[in-house]
Design a protein around this ligand. Structure first.
Ligand code: NAP
Length: 262
């Protein structure tokens, strides 16, 4: 009997795309999934604007891209600040000549059951996760329409599709991203700008570290793949959607969850 091949616990291959000459903005690039996306885009040849609040960690992402012979710069800002977002996108467009790719990844959780959810917990999550997607997409849209090219990739979540107890604010923000993505995709498709959403399941980052080992073990039991996802697995999907191969994919929701929602 031939031996059944076993799947590796972590991904060992990365898809190869050529993004030379392109510019990209990645929010939440200081750690976790956003950092991995920034590294993947930078290593694929794109010039990457790395956005988040923690300057030191952003610089670490930039340095890692530079060490791999890529090009990146840190832009510390709060993604909920309308004027700062508009200014940054205009700066990239003016100084770098265009805005090809925007990855709206910055996000937070403020989990609690609805009766205990404060106004602030609701507003913070909606502002960081959903308002930021609106602000960056609106700002980039002008530049992309002029160039008749663009890729907007919004990081939603399976919580936005199936809901999750304790996450009414987070699920609403992530479901909002899906509706936003589908609508803007329809508005702008004829200008060769694609707008898509990715819904990760549980991915190993500081966000899921906060769940603790007991909940993480429960999660692994629920996921058909019996493991958490890796940030690289989300970054690879971003590379594909950002590449020339993604030209005819728009308004779509790509779920990457080890079968959780299957
Ligand atoms: P993470 O490790 O907590 O990182 C979140 C990132 O967002 C950080 O870079 C953080 O940077 C940035 N950020 C948060 N608030 C910000 C603000 N106001 N302004 C600017 N940047 C801000 O989270 P992650 O797990 O990588 O998640 C990344 C995205 O994937 C999020 O949208 C999350 O909802 C989504 N997602 C994650 C999972 C998962 O299992 N991990 C599953 C589904 C979806 P600073 O703190 O430096 O500002």
């Amino acid at each position: 009997m031939p031996e059944t091949p076993t799947m590796p616990e972590t991904p060992t291959r990365r898809i190869q795309v050529n993004l030379s000459g392109q510019t990209a903005i990645v929010t939440g690039a200081s750690r976790g999934i956003g950092k991995e996306i920034a590294l993947a885009l930078g290593k694929s040849g794109a010039r990457v604007a790395c956005v988040a609040r923690n300057e030191e960690k952003l610089q670490a992402t930039v340095d890692e891209i530079a060490a791999a012979s890529g090009s990146a710069e840190a832009f510390p800002l709060n993604v909920t600040d309308s004027a700062a977002v508009q200014q940054l996108v205009e700066k990239i467009n003016d100084d770098w000549g265009k805005v090809d790719i925007v990855v709206n990844n910055a996000g937070i959780t403020r989990d609690t059951l609805l009766p205990r959810m404060s106004d602030e917990e609701w507003d913070d999550v909606i502002a960081t996760n959903l308002r930021s997607v609106f602000l960056f997409s609106r700002a980039a849209m002008q530049a992309m329409m002029r160039k008749r090219y663009g890729r907007i990739i919004n990081i939603s979540s399976v919580s936005g599709i199936m809901g999750n107890p304790g996450q009414a604010n987070y699920s609403a923000s992530k479901a909002g991203i899906i509706g936003f993505t589908q609508t803007v995709a329809r508005e702008i498709a004829k200008r060769k700008v694609t707008v898509n959403a990715i819904c990760p399941g549980f991915v190993a980052t500081e966000m899921t570290d906060a769940l603790g080992p007991v909940v993480q073990d429960e999660v692994k039991k629920r996921v058909p793949a019996k493991r958490l996802g890796q940030a690289e697995e989300i970054a690879d999907a971003v590379l594909y959607l950002a590449s020339e191969s993604g030209s005819y994919i728009t308004g779509q929701v790509l779920v990457i969850d080890g079968g959780l929602t299957a």
